[in-house]
Design a protein around this ligand. Structure first.
Ligand SMILES: CC(C)(COP(=O)(O)OP(=O)(O)OC[C@H]1O[C@@H](n2cnc3c(N)ncnc32)[C@H](O)[C@@H]1OP(=O)(O)O)[C@@H](O)C(=O)NCCC(=O)NCCS
Length: 312
């Protein structure tokens, strides 16, 4: 199906030299991004199919890239597509002379012409994007005391192992939104790309993050930080009891004999928020919105968070 975005911003040309040149450009800003893109390709995800690029060239060389991805979200219960900018970069020797402004203005003119009410991005360079009409919309995190762990079977998933990749893909296909406020409705490519980027940049092995709970038919994406269990994402048709999840994570992630005393939620799971303390999201990359933010994304909206694996 052709989206309004695709009518105003063409997809990636099938030009291998252009693609390779753009990977080099990404590498000049983020060393981990080109290897992560190749890693995700081995898992069946084509970076170039998930984004619409604005590319500026000088001679044969790509000197600027702004990617626009269409994010599919559940926003207050309704499925909503919103464009999101990503991988905004200019070659180091071309910076400071208006190239970035030109590429950003081209991308924003296209999303405006396509008629979307708002455009999103996540960045630590908020002052840069404020110049282009973006405003920061703070995200939150929720902290709950860890309940006593309940026994739960758990297996690590390794997406480099074909049966585990299929298990992960099945969980991505069948997952349902776990929040009525904000949840991703992405079919799975964005999750796998973010997994590749997260693991490559932080030198984390995917099986150290991905836990499969067969009795609950869900995949938990989580890390242990001392006695805090940090939940980054949860792929499920309905949330399992938090006790079972803590039980599985204690077996898989806590040091021998150790236990978690609190659970930090970086993704909204409505069923678990009773009595939770709301904190500011600790990520350096802040959500920014340009235009009229719909529903819960409005500045006056409720506390919200999107999984780091559902962002651009
Ligand atoms: C950020 C980046 C894309 C800017 O590209 P550039 O070609 O140097 O930018 P321009 O010269 O077109 O400047 C555009 C405007 O943004 C401003 N700007 C540039 N970098 C900025 C920064 N880091 N913080 C705040 N403002 C910035 C400029 O002053 C200019 O403002 P003006 O047009 O209102 O006078 C480039 O420095 C880059 O690729 N950095 C590495 C990757 C990165 O950090 N990407 C963005 C975060 S996702």
């Amino acid at each position: 199906m052709t989206t309004p975005l695709a009518r105003h911003l063409p997809p990636w040309p099938a030009d291998t030299a252009l693609r390779a040149g753009t990977l080099d450009l990404y590498g000049s800003a983020w060393a981990a991004l080109p290897p992560a893109i190749r890693r995700a390709a081995a898992w069946g995800v084509d970076w170039f199919a998930t984004s619409h690029p604005v590319l500026l060239r000088e001679g044969n060389r790509v000197v600027a890239h702004v990617g626009v991805t269409l994010l599919r979200l559940h926003l207050e219960g309704a499925c909503t597509d919103l464009p999101a900018l990503h991988a905004v970069c200019v070659a180091p020797d071309a910076r400071g002379r208006g190239v970035g402004r030109s590429a950003l203005e081209t991308a924003l003119a296209a999303v405006d012409a396509a008629g979307y009410p708002a455009t999103l991005l996540w960045s630590e360079k908020t002052a840069l994007y404020e110049r282009f009409g973006f405003a920061t919309r703070r995200e939150s995190a929720w902290v709950v005391p860890a309940p006593a762990p309940a026994p739960a079977a758990v297996e690590r998933l390794d997406p480099d192992h074909a049966p585990d990749l299929e298990r992960l893909r099945a969980a991505l296909r069948s997952r349902r939104p776990l929040s009525q406020v904000l949840a991703t409705a992405d079919a799975g490519a964005l999750f796998l790309l973010n997994l590749a980027i997260h693991c490559t940049a932080r030198r984390v092995a995917p099986p150290d993050l991905l836990l499969w709970l067969p009795e609950h038919d869900c995949v938990l994406v989580a890390e242990a930080h001392a006695t805090t269990l940090r939940i980054l994402d949860l792929l499920a048709t309905e949330p399992p009891p938090l006790e079972a999840l803590v039980g599985a994570a204690t077996r898989a992630l806590a040091p021998p004999g150790g236990r978690f005393d609190r659970v930090h939620l970086g993704v909204l799971v409505d069923d678990w928020l009773d009595g939770a303390r709301v904190e500011a999201c600790s990520s350096d990359d802040l959500l920014m919105v340009r235009g009229t933010a719909p529903g819960a994304l409005a500045a006056s909206g409720p506390p919200l968070a999107l999984s780091p694996f559902a962002k651009t």
